[in-house]
Design a protein around this ligand. Structure first.
Ligand SMILES: [Zn+2]
Length: 431
């Protein structure tokens, strides 16, 4: 499994790497516990304490890094060069987490970082402090054996993902250029340890504003009703879900494979495979009127459209333009900051193959490459042309009460990332 042509020194460094991570299991889990116990909900987005947990660890372990501040938010950027030539691998994870709503009832407080019943508990355990931990551990442990590696390893741990990445990954990609673009990205967002994610749908968020004169409710002869117009418009938008994308062949093949469909449904819920290559339309906000006997003058409707690979926003907006020709009362605005194109990396990329091989070697064979529906920072890297892959812990209870991650899953993901990075940087990708 360790690749033909690997030297004896490299092979023993590879075995020692996994042994060292297992030997340090208690320290690694304690680090994750401290990381979770340093709250970083976004909004509001104060990640200083959680960032300090990671930078303290990097400093204690003599791993090079610097802080790149964007809009007051700290992003950790570290890199080292190996003595031999080789590819540039970028590790990416985010430090911020979902907020904790007031009404959530937790078995252990959301920022306890409690290690109980074989799991680490708290907001961000799965999304994605366990994954960011995998990036940090991989970076530190590979730095120790860099004499055996080729190329460059870069760590990016960012403070803004939950609100779009403008001050996180996107900022680094724009400001630091090739320093963080690399040849490939390994990211530990939740995936479930039996799947890796190679593409994600795009997002198009729209606001429809519907106006009419308004009138007393007893006189519909005096004004159209914006709420009723919204109802008719909503029904017409359903047709967007019938648009057929130009699905890339590897993705079409994956989605035709019953094993992949089963893995997608297992990882993300029944029925997910069926919509992975479909446009979906969600009317998330509808606000109109203030009193039952008044015809309102305004209705406000917000719609979240998810774009599969192979269909772009221009096609959707053209279709909506046609629909709106029947609705002169409606104006449309695109929520640009919350809209992103879909993104895709070839599931046959060497890094994807290595993820599956590493997981199998570490005792969990049969990892399949699946499309994902939710958005991650990988989209930003892919939009800059960098193949990006996700492998992480199961998403169970992500962003809900009692979010937690099993110690065994954490250790598996940490080791899989470390082994994958080691093999990628030692040319072990090609058997
Ligand atoms: Zn995330």
């Amino acid at each position: 499994m360790s690749g033909d042509g690997m030297s004896g020194a490299t092979a023993s460094a590879r075995a020692a790497l996994i042994d060292a991570i297992e030997r340090d299991r208690d320290d690694i889990i304690a680090l994750l516990s401290r990381f979770i116990a340093a709250p970083s909900p976004n909004p509001p987005g104060d990640t200083a304490a959680a960032t300090a947990v990671l930078t303290d660890y990097l400093t204690q372990n003599s791993a090079p890094f610097r802080i790149v501040t964007a809009n007051g938010l700290p992003n950790i950027v570290g890199a080292f060069d190996a003595p031999a030539a080789g590819p540039h691998l970028v590790l990416n994870g985010h430090i911020d987490v979902f907020p904790v709503p007031e009404d959530e009832a937790w078995t252990h407080p959301p920022f306890s970082g409690a290690v109980v019943d074989g799991a680490v508990w708290g907001r961000g355990a799965t999304d994605m402090k366990a994954g960011t931990l995998a990036s940090v551990i991989t970076y530190v442990y590979l730095n120790r054996v860099k004499a055996e590696l080729g190329g460059r390893l870069t760590l990016t741990a960012v403070s803004d993902e939950e609100t779009g990445g403008k001050w996180g990954a996107l900022y680094l990609l724009k400001e630091l250029g090739n320093e963080v673009r690399g040849d490939a990205v390994l990211n530990g967002e939740p995936s479930n340890t039996m799947t890796l994610r190679f593409c994600e749908k795009g997002t198009l968020r729209l606001t429809f504003t519907i106006r009419a004169p308004g009138a007393h409710g007893a006189y519909p002869n005096k004004s159209e009703n914006p709420n009723r117009i919204a109802g008719r418009l909503m029904q017409r938008l359903d047709a967007l879900e019938d648009l057929v994308p130009d699905t890339p062949a590897p993705l079409a093949a994956a989605l035709a494979d019953p094993a992949v469909r089963a893995a997608v449904d297992a990882a993300m819920g029944d029925g997910t495979a069926a919509i992975a290559d479909k446009v979906t339309v969600n009317v998330g906000v509808l606000r109109g009127g203030g009193k039952v006997n008044i015809i309102p003058s305004l209705c406000h409707m917000e719609v979240d459209i998810r774009l599969p690979i192979g269909i772009d926003r221009a096609a959707i907006l053209a279709e909506i333009d046609t629909i709106l020709s029947d609705f002169p009362q409606v104006t449309l605005t695109v929520q640009e900051a919350a809209s992103n194109a879909s993104s895709y990396s070839d599931p046959g990329h060497p890094l994807a193959k290595l993820i599956a091989r590493s997981s199998a070697e570490l005792g969990r064979p049969g990892v399949v490459a699946v499309p994902s529906l939710g958005a991650t920072d990988c989209k930003h890297f892919r939009h800059f042309g960098v193949p990006s892959f996700i492998y992480g812990v199961p998403a169970g209870n992500m962003g809900r009460a009692d979010e937690r991650v099993s110690v065994e899953d954490v250790m598996h993901v940490v080791k899989t990332h470390a082994l994958t990075a080691f093999d990628y940087l030692t040319g072990g990708a090609e058997p």
